[in-house]
Design a protein around this ligand. Structure first.
Ligand code: C5J
Length: 255
């Protein structure tokens, strides 16, 4: 096949065509958010907030996290920053998406390799103080009350660690023309990281709000954030709730 050549005199019309096909706004981001490894230009009209797995099973005593022997109080510190960015996103009419990790009661969507780990009484599906561990519909599977989804905000039930795996997240984002994700939630090095890697491979820019993420292992949290921003931002950008809220306020003032 002969490759199409672009003569110099054709370049200008082709660039205009490309701009009109892609939408001029894409080339003129509204605001820059201070971030590592460098500031990220963001068009908030094409940005969604994705809150990962802020579920009672991970954050409250008696849930899956606690049953596994973790100190759940380490995750609770992410609730207030998540709440602040959630309120900011709602005020600015951003698309807000909540995710929950969990499985069908019959475990038909839970790979045996995931379930069959550790003592039987501590496994996914076992009875716990907040109902069956990590099972949809049980009390522990719910999102903590401070971050309860509002009617109309998509809540994605995911069987895996990543929010794109076996969900319609990509479809929802593409139908809304979303190109940038503000990502927060728990845990930094597991479900947040997996989701950011999946999103990055699908072409989304991911800005992770470090203070609105948390881990049972503070050192994993720190290193997890550093990994995202390393090598020129190998998976994305890392910022804070405060920086994003400042940028949102600037945008809303200018509008
Ligand atoms: C874990 C999660 N850690 N949401 N899930 O199993 O990070």
């Amino acid at each position: 096949m002969v490759a199409a050549r672009c003569e110099p005199e054709q370049a200008q019309p082709l660039q205009s065509l490309f701009r009109s096909l892609c939408g001029e706004r894409r080339l003129m981001p509204a605001v820059e958010i201070a971030a590592k490894p460098r500031a990220l230009p963001v068009d908030f009209a094409r940005t969604a907030l994705v809150i990962i797995d802020m579920q009672r099973d991970f954050l409250e005593p008696g849930g899956f996290g606690a049953v596994l022997g973790n100190d759940v109080s380490l995750l609770v510190k992410a609730v207030a920053p998540c709440r602040r960015i959630l309120e900011g996103a709602r005020a600015a009419s951003l698309l807000v998406i909540h995710t929950r990790e969990g499985h069908r009661p019959d475990l038909s969507d839970a790979p045996p390799a995931k379930v069959q780990r550790g003592p039987v009484e501590k496994r996914i599906g076992a009875d716990g103080p907040m109902g069956r561990i990590l099972i949809r519909g049980e009390a522990g599977h719910g999102i903590v009350p401070a971050l309860a989804p509002l009617l109309g905000e998509p809540v994605l039930d995911k069987p895996g660690k990543g929010a794109f795996y076996q969900t319609d997240l990509d479809l929802i984002l593409r139908n809304r023309g979303i190109e940038t994700l503000l990502v927060c939630g728990v845990t930094t090095e597991v479900c947040v990281h997996t989701t950011v890697r999946e999103a990055n491979d699908r072409g989304y820019r991911c800005l992770v709000l470090g203070d609105a993420c948390a881990s049972y292992f503070p050192e994993f949290h720190e290193v997890g954030l550093r990994m995202i921003a390393a090598q020129g931002g190998i998976f994305g950008w890392v910022s804070t709730t405060g920086e994003v809220l400042t940028a949102l306020a600037r945008t809303m003032k200018a509008a």
